[in-house]
Design a protein around this ligand. Structure first.
Ligand code: SAH
Length: 349
């Protein structure tokens, strides 16, 4: 297996069969070797820097119906909220004072957040905090909408591809969604000029090692600025309530593969990883992750953005818990870098 890991480092990708072998047949010794290579490469490109993003969950309304997601439209028991512009701006003010220089506005696909409203909001945030980057994660929208929000000042967009296999995509999503449309959105975002983040859940229902191999090959070809991965975690009020969760081990192994494959990648240790394991973030950093996204949403609404059961929203996961987060990050030999933390390929954007 070590030779495959070395080959991945040299060639920046592998064949599908080789990825499958690596994912399926590695020993814990192989995993340790992978993590060592991952740490070495991230040290070379980023030193000990960990970048923070302030996550603002702007709406739990969603007209979409992804089968795995707790805020899907069909979940009548989901608590719904929508932040006002004033609330969002006050999250940014609080975040900026705490040192955040990236604000991520994430939400369900909520038609109340029209292009006009987003454009005005983005302009206002950029005017007040010209030193900060804006990341959007609002699902699928029209190309023109992505274009207008980019022109208003948005820098980055996160849209996970969820799975690179069209058939698997169909098993996870309602009939009106399509894999081709998702790929088109990602292409549009990239062409427009966003720093694009994509990603997938580890251990999502029906996922095989072949699917994961296809995810990695897609990422190698698409060359995103960031890749968000975390274990699938069931939500009790979805059709996948009884499906098993993904594992921390497999998520860590894939983080290591991603770092070795694309050494300059922005790679978050996600909330889902922290939810599955109290030491998830540290383990993620040790496997190659270099980004953490603490929650800046108003405390009262945080528990309502429940995309899976028991989602963490307090302690080191929250903006108020920055001291604890700093301690965690320093305990594994890294430090928080208070900058926008742009992708190395986009430093001048
Ligand atoms: N509406 C936005 C934001 C979705 S939430 C969008 O469509 O992009 C961000 C990510 O959370 C999703 O892309 C998905 O990969 C992940 N997610 C959703 N439900 C999950 C679950 N049950 N377990 C783990 N991750 C989940």
């Amino acid at each position: 297996m070590k030779s495959l890991i070395d080959k991945l480092e040299t060639n920046h990708t592998l064949s599908k069969d080789e990825f499958v072998q690596l994912i399926q047949n590695h020993t814990s010794e192989d995993a340790q070797h992978l993590f060592e290579r991952a740490r070495c490469l991230r040290q070379k490109h980023f030193g000990t820097a960990v970048f923070l993003r302030g996550l603002i969950e702007i709406s739990s309304y969603c007209h979409n119906d992804c089968l795995y997601c707790g805020i899907r439209h069909s979940n009548a028991t989901a608590e719904r909220y929508r932040l006002t512009d004033e609330q969002i701006l006050s999250c940014c003010a609080q975040g900026h004072a705490l040192g955040f220089r990236t604000f991520v506005m994430q939400g369900g696909e909520d038609s109340k957040f029209t292009d006009e409203r987003m454009v005005a909001l983005i302009r206002q945030i950029k005017q007040q905090y010209p030193d900060s980057a804006i990341t959007l994660s609002l699902g699928e929208r029209k190309r023109d909408s992505y274009q207008r929000m980019f022109e208003a000042g948005a820098d980055r967009y996160l849209l996970r591809h969820e799975t690179a296999n069209a058939e698997h995509y169909g098993q996870l999503h309602p009939s009106w969604m399509s894999h081709a449309k998702r790929m088109q959105c990602l292409q549009d975002l990239k062409e427009i000029g966003y720093q694009v983040g994509t990603g997938f859940m580890v251990g999502s229902p029906f996922q095989t090692a072949e699917h994961l191999a296809e995810d990695l090959m897609f990422i190698a070809q698409f060359q995103p600025a960031m890749v968000g991965i975390g274990p699938y975690i069931p939500h009790h009020a979805t059709p996948f309530a009884d499906q098993p969760a993904g594992t921390v081990e497999q998520t860590l192994f894939l983080l290591g593969i991603l770092r070795v494959m694309m050494p300059q990648l922005l790679l978050p240790a996600t909330t889902a990883l922290g939810t599955m394991d109290p030491q998830g973030r540290e383990k993620g950093l040790m496997a190659g992750a270099n980004v953490i996204m603490p929650n800046l949403s108003p405390a009262d609404d945080r528990s309502k953005y429940m995309i899976y059961d028991n989602k963490l929203a307090t302690g080191a996961e929250s903006a108020e818990g920055l001291t604890e987060l700093n301690r965690i990050i320093e305990s594994v030999g890294y430090h928080v870098e208070q900058s926008r933390g742009d992708a190395p390929s986009h430093i001048d954007h």
